[in-house]
Design a protein around this ligand. Structure first.
Ligand SMILES: Cc1cc2nc3c(=O)[nH]c(=O)nc-3n(C[C@H](O)[C@H](O)[C@H](O)COP(=O)(O)O)c2cc1C
Length: 323
């Protein structure tokens, strides 16, 4: 039987995965040589993510970290995604593999981060683009790249429209405010959420932060800010699922996490411009415009070069274990 300490170390790396609003919507159950990764719907985002696709993408990211950590510690993994279509569970069984090759991407789990700052206009070279996006393991997932000025400009109206819709929706802003941590103390105590500094906001404390977000940041200001950030990117990547169901959302999360880790390896910054994928009427327009047919666009990522940002916090992983 695998030592409990090893299982806990694997969970410790799993929780370093990204998640929408850093909500960390997962729990873990350790049984003999298996770890079950379960959704935590108490941490779902009913407004920003009303079908839970982001929740399952986040779980896919955590699953990818678990697989890498297991290999790093000398175990092969067998992954089973069970349960009915709307409520899948992820079971990872571990088997001894002492001679297995150590996965290079493991080294970047702690270095990866979403960087919401403005990128320098420098282009990511073509050979690096192929390294970042040509991943043979991406079954069920497609990625479309926007690299030239024209291709990127084409996407700007969708980014603006998605942002305007989100930030003119009071319920969306209220939900987001609930996940922003307006002081370092609040961020550390909670161990989740988005640090104000990471969003370009000052550390004002919750009361003032809430007032700023609700009354001083208009949909128009936010749309312009997103356009500016988008324009300064080297390119965009649209991650799309071949079927719009939880299984494919999890697979997409795994593919996205591998991209994030490779980006960290090559010091390429990335961040989300998911608004056109999250607002259904904009998503439909995008599907039509890009003639995506059966593909569902779920994450729109900008990438380029910039300096590091403060790292986000995580909750203590041992509190996430089911008895
Ligand atoms: C499925 C998913 C959706 C996300 N959507 C957004 C988004 O719309 N805007 C954004 O700024 N960040 C988004 N993020 C990034 C998270 O906020 C970020 O991963 C989290 O705050 C933890 O920070 P880290 O990735 O630096 O560890 C998303 C992440 C995931 C996995």
């Amino acid at each position: 039987m695998i030592h409990e300490e090893t299982m806990l170390r694997i969970v410790k790396y799993a929780v370093k995965a990204p998640s929408c609003h850093n909500a960390q919507p997962w729990r873990f159950k350790i049984r003999n040589d298996t770890i079950c990764l379960l959704p935590d719907f108490t941490r779902a985002l009913p407004v920003a993510d009303n079908d839970n696709h982001s929740l399952y993408i986040s779980m896919g990211c955590a699953l990818e970290n678990m697989i890498l950590a297991a290999h790093e510690f000398g175990y092969d993994t067998e992954v089973e995604i069970t349960g009915n279509g709307n409520n899948p569970q992820i079971i990872v069984a571990l088997h001894d593999e002492p001679e297995g090759v150590k996965p290079e991407l493991f080294d970047y789990i702690l270095k990866r981060q979403a960087r919401r700052n403005k990128y320098r206009n420098d282009k990511v070279p073509d050979n690096l683009i192929s390294e970042l996006f040509n991943d043979p393991d991406d079954e069920g997932v497609s990625t479309k790249l926007f690299l030239s000025g024209n291709e990127m400009r084409e996407m700007i109206p969708y980014i603006s429209e998605g942002t305007r819709l989100q930030f003119s929706n009071k319920a969306f802003v209220d939900e987001l405010v609930g996940w922003v941590r307006f002081s370092e103390k609040e961020a550390m105590l909670k161990g989740d959420g988005i640090r104000a500094g990471a969003m370009g906001l000052p550390n004002t404390g919750r009361l003032i932060g809430k007032i700023i977000m609700k009354y001083f940041i208009s949909a128009e200001i936010e749309a312009r800010r997103m356009e500016e950030l988008a324009r300064a990117s080297s390119g965009f990547a649209l991650f799309m699922a071949e079927k719009n169901d939880p299984y494919h959302w999890i697979r997409l999360g795994q593919a996205f996490q591998r991209f994030g880790l490779k980006a960290a390896k090559y010091q390429v910054s990335h961040s989300h411009l998911d608004m056109p994928c999250e607002e259904m009427e904009v998503r439909d327009k995008l599907i039509n415009h890009l003639q995506l047919k059966d593909l569902t666009p779920l994450l729109l990522i900008r990438f380029g070069y910039s300096g590091p940002m403060p790292y986000s916090f995580r909750r203590s992983f041992y509190k996430l274990l089911d008895p």
